[in-house]
Ligand binder design. Structure first.
Ligand code: AHG
Ligand code: MN
Ligand code: MN
Length: 357
């Protein structure tokens, strides 16, 4: 029998029907993001033959060299969404300040935060990269969005997801009711539902971290890493998990979502004044924690639930431990036991307010 094909458009519409109060704006916004993903995918897969590999001569707000595809992906997402009247502002990892909606266009009730190209150092070596997005409802008065509309806890997300540009292109998203995965059929240009209602399998199989930096981690995180390797002295029978690390958070998260595991990026103890590590709270961590929790997993900053954090600045960093709940809770317990000095420094950073940040 011919299989039932559910396109992303139909799926998003069906989800919308579960909310009689919905106006269709979120549906259209998600569909616009899927379209942006298709355009970015078409360039990432042609990168070698269309003069789009390599670095630009510019840097982003973190002082990181921008790749041509970073800039391309950022422009596509911004231009696809600035005139649709669904957003009141955007924010991108690649822009220091929020991106206003041009005055000639109308505004809408949502804000979009995105990492246009995650794992961009992997482009030139043909390793999977992705796009991460997060959508909040505008919460201030006034027609145009302000930075305060971006600084919302992940718990309040309306939707979040990512596109992964790998051996196939996929879009994964959640509006809080399950996590759903779609695969792009390039011959017809449609995302179709291939992974409905994803749940992180138990027990997890893998741990994913840049273990080359282990000597710079806190004692608790080092002990967690030993536990993952089955080397915890108090538990000689513990089994070892496999180690997999791509260096694109999207790709590492995606594998662990499908096969079970934990992704972590802890703080670097060489930098006591930067106790939050590398991952960006609003452009990377919130979306992934939201997806993990919607799939039965858990995302933590090592101290508590990532989704409960009140952000204080747009480009705020955060330590992350995301994946199967029992693995993430083991990290939290070991950090609690061994890392009080780091916790004190990190909590002082985490509890900064917008004014003092
Ligand atoms: P981006 O390419 O958007 O700057 O993000 C890269 C991030 C994340 O995707 C990845 O997990 C991490 O940086 C890799 O960092 P290391 O090279 O330090 O492992
Ligand atoms: Mn990134
Ligand atoms: Mn990026």
């Amino acid at each position: 029998m011919f299989p039932k094909i559910i396109t992303i458009e139909r799926h998003i519409l069906e989800q919308q029907r579960m909310h009689p109060e919905a106006t269709g704006e979120l549906t259209s916004l998600l569909y616009d993001l899927a379209l942006a993903g298709k355009i970015i995918a078409s360039q990432t897969t042609r990168a070698g033959i269309s003069d789009i590999l390599g670095a630009t001569d510019s840097q982003n707000t973190y002082g990181e060299t921008q790749q041509k595809l970073d800039v391309f992906a950022d422009t596509i997402i911004r231009r696809m969404n600035d005139h649709t009247e669904r957003l009141c502002a955007m924010a991108s990892e690649e822009h220091e300040n929020i991106i206003p909606i041009p005055p000639r266009y109308g505004t809408g009730k949502y804000v979009l935060l995105y990492d246009p190209l995650d794992g961009s150092s992997n482009i030139d070596v043909n390793v999977s990269v992705g796009t991460i997005f997060a959508i909040h409802r505008k919460r201030t008065d006034g027609e145009h969005g302000v930075v305060g509309d971006m600084l919302q806890p992940g718990r309040d997300l309306v939707a979040a997801g990512y596109m992964i540009y790998g051996s196939s292109t996929m879009m994964i998203y959640s509006t809080g009711q399950g996590v759903h995965g779609f695969t792009l059929d390039p011959s017809v240009g449609e995302f179709t539902l291939t992974h409905p209602d994803l749940r992180i399998p138990e027990p997890g199989k893998f741990y994913s971290c840049n273990q080359g930096y282990e000597k710079y981690w806190s004692t608790g995180v080092q002990k967690f890493t030993k536990w993952l390797q089955g080397l915890d002295e108090s538990d000689p029978d513990a089994k070892a998990f496999g180690h997999r690390y791509v260096g694109s958070m999207v790709a590492d998260f995606h594998r662990n979502l499908l096969q079970g595991g934990v992704f972590y990026y802890p703080a670097d103890m060489r930098k006591p004044d930067q106790p939050a590590g590398k991952i960006r709270l609003l452009f990377e961590a919130q979306a992934m924690a939201f997806l993990a929790e919607s799939a039965g997993g858990y995302g933590s900053d090592g101290v508590g639930n990532l989704l409960d954090l009140q952000p204080h600045e747009l480009h705020q960093r955060v330590p992350v431990f995301i994946g199967n709940r029992h693995m993430v809770e083991r990290a939290e317990a070991l950090i609690r036991e061994h890392d009080q000095a780091w916790i004190d420094r990190y909590m002082a950073y985490r509890s900064k307010t917008m004014e003092t940040a």
